[in-house]
Write a protein that binds this ligand. Structure first.
Ligand SMILES: [Cu+2]
Length: 348
């Protein structure tokens, strides 16, 4: 920086000294900690996630990821096993795969086990940071090594959810059967990197909404002419329930719910939900349709039944040929006070 005017120069030096002193002088007393916390409140204490997942052949031409275990280590090295709470007593294979929920600042060590009995299968993740040997592609792509799990050798991936990685990111296979991988057979899921708040249109106002106040989340992958869904119920400890194809999504009236809508494959889709509206992230535009390209994602929070009440509200893809092929489901808003139950799927 060039400061030609001497007055500016003096001011700049003075400002620098004052700024530096604010950080340096008060260290060690409690007031300064409050002060530092104010300035450095970027993330809570980061956690390390130790996750094991496998890949399973569903026997109908489809492949799926399955959660085996998920442990979280905090900065005091206290380890909590969240497998049962998050994925159920007996986590099964699902499409989409398990939603891996972490906070900005966290690290992940994800070990993938190949239970397909052949070839080399991987997890290639979007959004978070990793080294090239953890990119989940073949040596022919990354020029380093086959970043995948064989039936005899599992593969551990290391990810860092560094600053700037907040969002909902796809993960998918990138090696099974060749360089493109087998995501089209069902090997895909999401990593959700949270910070403390997200934007939400609640009661007509754009708000900075606390993540820990979200009641339910729906992961909805738009694939060919179907939705493939998974529910996360925070009123039930964050339990995930696979909802499979074109599911009924169940919420109670006035539940604050977050949708994660993603595309997969070679087609673009247009997500639309009846009688509900939300804010296009990063804007103030209130919308009720959104174009979703392959592996694009669209994340929003809304209040179930806001202004319209309980009922079976349809959601669907608005691309006409996809609608005609049945790409739709029901967002069931039950009256307030009912039980929190997972959505049901007409086809499993
Ligand atoms: Cu579509």
């Amino acid at each position: 920086m060039k400061l030609k005017n001497p007055i500016f120069k003096i001011s700049f030096v003075a400002l620098s000294i004052i700024t530096a002193s604010l950080f340096l002088i008060p260290l060690g007393n409690s007031e300064s900690n409050v002060f530092s916390a104010f300035f450095f409140a970027v993330a809570d204490d980061p956690n390390t996630h130790y996750i094991t997942m496998s890949t399973v052949d569903l026997g109908n031409g489809q492949l799926a990821y399955q959660m085996i275990s998920h442990e979280i280590e905090d900065i005091n090295q206290v380890i909590t096993d969240v497998t049962f709470a998050r994925y159920g007593i007996v986590p099964g294979p699902s499409i989409p795969g398990p939603a891996i929920i972490i906070n900005q600042g966290d690290e992940v060590f994800l070990t993938l086990v190949n239970n397909l009995g052949e070839d080399c299968v991987s997890v290639h993740v979007h959004g978070v940071h990793y080294s090239i040997e953890d990119d989940g592609t073949l040596a022919s792509t990354n020029k380093v090594e086959d970043s995948c799990a064989t039936p005899s050798n599992s593969k551990t991936y290391h990810w860092v959810a560094a600053k700037g990685t907040v969002g909902t990111w796809p993960y998918h296979d990138h090696t099974f059967g060749g360089e493109i991988g087998a995501e089209d057979k069902g090997l895909y899921g999401v990593v959700i990197v949270n910070e403390s708040h997200t934007e939400a249109l609640i009661e007509g106002t754009l708000r900075n909404f606390p993540i820990n106040k979200i009641d339910k989340e729906y992961v909805m992958y738009m694939v060919q002419t179907n939705f493939w869904g998974l529910e996360i119920d925070h009123k039930n400890g964050g339990l995930q329930t696979p909802l499979w194809v074109n599911p009924t999504l169940v919420a109670k009236q006035n539940d604050e719910v977050r949708f994660h809508v993603l595309g997969l494959g070679s087609q673009s889709h247009t997500f639309h939900a009846h009688a509900h509206r939300w804010v296009d992230p990063g804007t103030t535009n209130v919308i009720d349709t959104k174009n979703i390209g392959p592996l694009e994602r669209h994340v929003f929070v809304l209040k179930a039944g806001e202004g319209v009440g309980s009922g079976d509200w349809m959601y669907h893809c608005h691309v006409f040929s996809h609608m005609q092929a049945g790409m739709s489901g029901i967002f069931r808003v039950s009256p307030e006070g009912g039980p929190s139950i997972p959505g049901e799927s007409p086809i499993v």
